[in-house]
Ligand binder design. Structure first.
Ligand SMILES: [Ca+2]
Ligand SMILES: [Ca+2]
Length: 114
């Protein structure tokens, strides 16, 4: 029998939890080294400087930079995480992903339903 959780935070259709939103925002500000509220390619390269920086920065921009202006603003960033959430990831999964991103792990290719 499949386990059915009653906790709304673990349902894929539920919104991004407050704690994940806060974590995502925190990471945005860590990546935004010059605090101009956008992440540019240089900042992304700097973030992953010891870990396939070019590849990670490239896939990161391909996925998150929706308007293609080569900068990621906070709203693109938060919309991205909400879309990942709606694509079937639980808040537990996302917390794990956000924490490893905060530790500068490689950018994950999320399966997003467009
Ligand atoms: Ca910046
Ligand atoms: Ca953009």
């Amino acid at each position: 029998m499949e386990h059915q959780s009653e906790d709304p935070d673990t349902r894929p259709s539920s919104p991004l939890s407050d704690s994940n939103q806060a974590l995502a925002e925190e990471i945005f500000h860590l990546m935004d080294e010059n605090h101009d509220l956008t992440i540019n390619k240089q900042e992304a390269m700097q973030w992953w400087k010891n870990n396939f920086a070019r590849l990670n920065a490239k896939t990161f921009f391909q996925t998150v930079d929706k308007d293609g202006n080569e900068e990621i603003n906070l709203s693109e960033w938060m919309i991205f995480w909400q879309r990942v959430k709606h694509s079937g990831y639980s808040n537990e999964d996302l917390e794990e992903e956000l924490l490893s991103l905060k530790n500068k792990s490689a950018w994950v290719q999320y399966e997003i339903n467009e």
